[in-house]
Design a protein around this ligand. Structure first.
Ligand SMILES: NC(=O)c1ccc[n+]([C@@H]2O[C@H](COP(=O)([O-])OP(=O)(O)OC[C@H]3O[C@@H](n4cnc5c(N)ncnc54)[C@H](OP(=O)(O)O)[C@@H]3O)[C@@H](O)[C@H]2O)c1
Length: 255
């Protein structure tokens, strides 16, 4: 029997992973996936009851955190290091997105979206990144969007598009700064997945018909269809991959 095991690098045993926005949707799923692969998971979001319940189930740590508050971002990483002694994976998943046409959007709405989706992700990458650089190892996964790479089309989304587009190129920049020091930075760019953020859209038949028409694969994504990509980027399975934007979008950005 050969000892060759190509699945072994996907394991995260003994690693610690922070997931922001773990109280619902994609983030809750990401936390389950990382825990199932062996990681100690730290769940962050504002809704304490949600993350506490999930942390209990996954035997992880819940840290109530509003990522728009700099001190709370620092406290999240501090609590992680206090409990587990290290930070190996950061999934910058917390995000907001409310469509408003460019000609009517209040500039503060734009600023708030950028503050959560881009600035907070950068601050957390800095704080966790310093720790990872000291350790000589780490993987940061920024959850961007295919709408950080192409215009949305039917949905007026300037603040979301700009914030995610900024995070796309910040991913490349951080990757190039830290590549020789053991810290990899990649991005996961989902297409359409059902969550609180997209609930209205998924309930609207016309919108879903648009998705079916426009996505080459002919449908929206199923929750499990991000699992493999997330695990790949978080783990040593992607040890020679950095600065990459991995679209999981049914081909939306391929055409
Ligand atoms: N669903 C999709 O089709 C799709 C497609 C592309 C990209 N994405 C991205 O995927 C990520 C997750 O979105 P989702 O679809 O799963 O939506 P969701 O269910 O609305 O989840 C958003 C998460 O972000 C957290 N969050 C929002 N503001 C926060 C803040 N100030 N501090 C801390 N946490 C905050 C929320 O937790 P609390 O409210 O408890 O704080 C929640 O857990 C987002 O970055 C989104 O842009 C989603």
């Amino acid at each position: 029997m050969s000892e060759f095991d190509p699945l072994a690098p996907f394991r995260l045993d003994g690693r610690t992973a922070i997931v922001t926005g773990a109280s619902s949707g994609l983030g809750a799923r990401f936390a389950r996936v990382l825990a199932a692969a062996g990681a100690d998971v730290v769940l962050a979001a504002r809704r304490a009851d949600r993350i506490e319940a999930l942390a209990k189930e996954l035997d992880g740590l819940a840290v109530t955190c509003d990522v728009s508050d700099d001190a709370q971002c620092q406290a999240l990483v501090d609590a992680t290091v206090d409990r587990y002694g290290r930070v190996d994976v950061l999934v910058n998943n917390a995000g907001i997105g409310v469509p408003v046409p460019a000609e009517t959007e209040e500039i503060d709405h734009f600023r708030d979206t950028v503050a959560i989706n881009l600035t907070a992700s950068y601050l957390l990458a800095q704080i966790a990144g310093r720790r990872m650089l000291e350790q000589g190892r780490g993987s940061i996964v920024n959850v961007v969007s295919m709408l950080g790479m192409v215009g949305a089309g039917q949905i007026p989304f300037p603040s979301y598009a700009a914030s995610k587009g900024g995070l796309v190129n910040l991913t490349r920049e951080l990757a190039s700064e830290w590549a020789r020091r053991g810290v990899r930075v990649n991005a996961l760019a989902p297409g359409w997945f059902e969550s609180e953020m997209t609930a209205e859209m998924f309930a609207d038949e016309q919108s879903m018909n648009w998705v079916r028409r426009k996505a080459p694969i002919g449908r929206a994504g199923e929750p499990h269809e991000l699992d493999g990509a997330l695990l790949f980027l978080a783990s040593d399975a992607s040890s020679y991959v950095t600065g990459h934007i991995l679209a999981v979008d049914g081909g939306w950005t391929a055409v």
